[in-house]
Design a protein around this ligand. Structure first.
Ligand code: UGY
Ligand code: MN
Length: 246
């Protein structure tokens, strides 16, 4: 059906709301039998990339070939096999992998699969080296209440370690739960709504959001979320972390 010139997407200097009605699918080097929907990129003001990859059965995502770039992969739907020289792991729904820079690998779908992919150049500090490849599943990560709020659980998918120059968490809001303040911070965010919905405040705008929507928040973008509806709202959220801002 035609959208008659309307979209829920919005693009401002300090934030992007990217909704499925505006998604454009593109090929990418290293991607076979699959398409990418690029959400966040340096072209849009971000210091990282985040994109959705939709794979058919037998589809493969291989390394980007970009030197010094680390990758984080989260399985939104389906299952994939991650293979590198040293590793072979199956990742099922809510499974994830951290892949260090310059690591040849393939991610192969057994059946239709949907991934979130985040890439960031590794920022060294002192003699810190990037972490080794590791995998996990979000369902096995213990939730921690945010600031004592039992209605809002955070699951940290990456270890708290200065080797890690970014963080990826899930945040799960009980119906009616909300951030206790409007956050303003130097870190930027890439956010994919995984379930439920609510209202996201970004800068001076308030947006209804739902599963499948993506948000980029630039540094200092005022941000607040309140969950609406009868089921929990959940999102996957990236931030640059653990490095001096200068
Ligand atoms: O980690 C965060 O900064 C997170 N609380 N931000 C957000 O949910 N918009
Ligand atoms: Mn934040």
């Amino acid at each position: 059906m035609h959208h008659l010139g309307h979209t829920r997407s919005a693009h401002h200097r300090d934030h992007l709301l990217h909704t499925p009605d505006a998604f454009i699918r593109t090929p990418l080097p290293g991607l076979e039998k699959g398409m990418a929907i690029v959400h966040a990129s340096p072209a849009g003001g971000a210091g990282f990339t985040q994109y959705t990859v939709e794979l058919e059965a037998g589809g493969v995502l291989a390394e980007s070939g970009l030197a010094g770039v680390q990758r984080f992969v989260y399985v939104v739907y389906g299952a994939v096999d991650l293979a590198s020289d040293a590793t072979f792991r199956q990742l099922t729904a809510d499974g994830f992998a951290y892949i260090p820079p310059d690591t040849a690998h393939t991610i192969t779908a057994n059946a239709d699969a949907v991934l979130q992919v985040i890439e960031k150049p590794f920022t060294g500090v002192g003699d810190v080296v990037p972490p080794r490849l590791f995998t996990g599943n979000e369902r096995a990560v213990a939730g921690v209440p945010l600031a004592g709020d039992e209605g809002l659980e955070v699951r940290a998918l990456l270890p708290a370690d200065f080797a890690q120059d970014f963080a990826v968490n899930t945040m799960t809001y009980a119906p009616g739960a909300a951030l206790s303040l409007v956050e303003v911070h130097v870190m930027e965010h890439g956010l994919m709504m995984l379930a439920g919905g609510g209202i996201y405040r970004l800068g001076e705008h308030w947006y209804p959001v739902t599963a499948g929507d993506f948000i980029w928040m630039g540094p200092y973008c005022p941000q607040w979320f309140g969950a609406l509806g009868k089921t929990p709202a959940k999102y996957l959220i990236y931030k640059d972390f653990n490095r001096h801002p200068l």
